[in-house]
Design a protein around this ligand. Structure first.
Ligand code: FES
Length: 224
């Protein structure tokens, strides 16, 4: 039985003993009882809050880190050529892809560039430091938000060349299954698909050769 129930029962007991009291006394007693029950409820609520604080506190760091955009460190030391890892930043998937020399060469081919809507990244979907032909700080590593710029689905990673379902012209990239948008291995959108812009490149920088910090751009570091 809760504190509140005990108090209610206590006052009901007293009240039952005084069944013969006058109606004026009865009203006054009812008021007192209500006041005490409400007070107890408030105290109970505060007590509940106090008990709840340690639990909430223990939940806060990770929840806050995920939702507030706290920087996320990524260890890329074990990432092989062609491999990709996914980390969460601001509640979104961020991909880190290690690109081979052959892939990098393919990204600059005229035959590909003419098929892209914004091959030079003129739309501001990346920090200035990543506004280049590879859309990255170091050409070998692509760091990109894995959210389709059409309606927000998560595209699939399709690095293979010319798979049957994507056709002979497929150079490897990202395919969004929701409405068929296509992006190359620099996150650049192809012409003729619903997605209007390239995938977003988040702010990031290298803490060391093998550690990337996502959420803090090179630009903001220069300002401090
Ligand atoms: S959400 Fe990706 S194509 Fe529509």
């Amino acid at each position: 039985m809760s504190e509140k129930d005990i108090l209610i029962s206590f006052y009901l007991t007293i009240n039952n003993k005084d069944l013969n009291m006058s109606s004026v006394e009865n009203k006054a007693d009812t008021k007192r009882r209500r006041f005490l029950i409400q007070s107890t409820t408030v105290i109970g609520a505060i007590g509940g809050s106090i008990v709840g604080v340690p639990f909430l506190s223990s939940m806060l760091p990770s929840a806050r880190a995920r939702s507030s955009g706290a920087p996320v460190e990524v260890d890329i030391s074990k990432l092989k050529f062609g491999g990709q890892i996914t980390v969460e930043w601001r509640g979104k998937p961020v991909w880190v892809l290690r690109r081979s020399k052959a892939v990098l060469k393919g990204l600059t081919q005229e035959s590909l560039l003419t098929r892209l809507r914004d091959p030079s990244s003129t739309v501001e979907q990346q920090p200035v430091s990543s506004k280049n032909e590879y859309r990255s700080l170091k050409s070998e590593y692509l760091v990109v938000v894995g959210i389709c710029t059409h309606l927000g689905c998560v595209p699939t990673f399709r690095p293979e060349l010319a798979p049957v379902d994507l056709g002979e012209q497929w150079p490897g990239g990202y395919f969004c299954p929701c409405h068929g948008s296509r992006f190359d291995l620099a996150g650049r959108v192809f012409k003729g698909v619903p997605a209007p812009t390239n995938l977003v490149i988040p702010p990031y920088h290298y803490i060391s050769d093998t550690i990337i910090e996502i959420g803090v751009g090179v630009e903001s570091m220069k300002q401090t």
